[in-house]
Design a protein around this ligand. Sequence first.
Ligand code: FES
Length: 139
Amino acid sequence: MKKFYQELDNYIENLEDKKNDYKVLSFIVDELGYLPDETLNYIAKKMDIFPFSLESTIKFYPKLQKARTKNYVQICIGRNCIQSGLKEKLAKLKAEVDFPIEERHCLGRCGKGSVLKINEEYYSYKTLEELEKLLSNLK
Ligand code: FES
């Protein structure tokens, strides 16, 4: 991680616009795959930017928003995937986990069972218990 922060420092120092938080946030996502809190705090101090300003930039760009947490989950609630009780189960799970769970109407994997996507990987599940187990492994 020390090497990463050295590279991050170099990246910021070589920026023409030293306040271009979008470029710096994109650099972090490209390098780490997500935006850890400690790294956001680090660049806020380094770039002399308020943390809420970084959060505003993150909210504006879907690419950054998806990378806000280590795990980004999308669950298909389309007619080929929905199971009885899924909506209630999702409401419960959303309250329990600290990563976003987005409901989608199709993930383009119809016919492969009930489908969810965790970051860039697709998974299928047969029961709601199986779904819960998959998500509990992410906590
Ligand atoms: S309906 Fe679920 S992947 Fe298409």
